[in-house]
Design a protein around this ligand. Sequence first.
Ligand code: OGA
Ligand code: NI
Length: 342
Amino acid sequence: MENLLSSWCSTVKSLPQNYVFPEDERPGKQIVPIFKNCPVIDLEKAVSGDRNNVIQQILQACQDSGFFQVINHRVCEDLIDDTMEIIKEFFNMPNEDKASLYSLDPHKSCRLYTSSFDYAREPIHLWRDSLKHPCHPLDKFVDLWPQKPSKYRDVVGKYTVEVRNLSLKLLEMICEGLKLKSGYFGDELTGIQMLTLNHYPPCPDPSLAMGISKHRDPNIITVLYQGNMCGLQVLKDGQWFMVETFPNAFVVNLGQQLKVISNGKFESAEHRAVTNSKEARYTIASFINPRNDAFIEPAKELLEKDDCCPLYRAFSYREFHDAFEEHRGEGEATLEVFKIKG
Ligand code: OGA
Ligand code: NI
């Protein structure tokens, strides 16, 4: 518990050595340009205007970088604000209120931890504390969630349901755009939802530290809320770009399973989170994951339509996950395992 960043970080003036990343993995001092090519897609237009046009914008973004933002998504603004407030409140509670949730065991269902899933073995730690728990179906998991702040379960519960609905709507449009059979992204591919709340306290030296190191999300689709604090960066054509913040916008990014399903048509971009020295940053990440026994493969409809060969063999999500752990979270190396050589 004393490992939690928030319990000691305000007392240090310089970054401890075990938080200093090697030169080629840390942000350094250079200024990172804004990711101007990250599309901001107005989802209201899918209802009131030209749905097909919105679908085409989404598909284009999926192909270009697998990163985009959505506005007018119909997730209630007050709910988003309330959720962000509760999360700040949660991380700022005294340690004794959080102690029962803290664990070094990555398999604990609702878990408060610091840095990555493997604090004990990692050589360098990340400058973040996180709370992670399953969300869907809500009534199965809500009793595992924090009891304090008292409104946590109610507010965060509503938030996860609305963000899940948004994620499924986006997948439906992707399904339509790719001309897959309706309902392709059914329960098998989307039945698991995990929520991660991230707290990045002010850091004594953001040029040397990482909030989250470079990675690809291994799941289907991620919907992230970053409030009005920048820190998320995307790697595009070998250069890092900062993802802008917009009021009430969600950042959407594709996980590696969509890259496989789209037979490599879609990107699942590498991204990372950097810290800053002035103000704590909080983010809310909702991950839609396949079930462990889900069968993942390049969509047959797509292979036929485009008359091309599959780039990946079929696998179960469990298999992917095992390979992912074996490759210590290296997404590209993991995908190689399933690539058809030829
Ligand atoms: C993640 C992630 C970015 C952020 O949780 O997978 O990329 O800014 N988070 O918190
Ligand atoms: Ni991520």
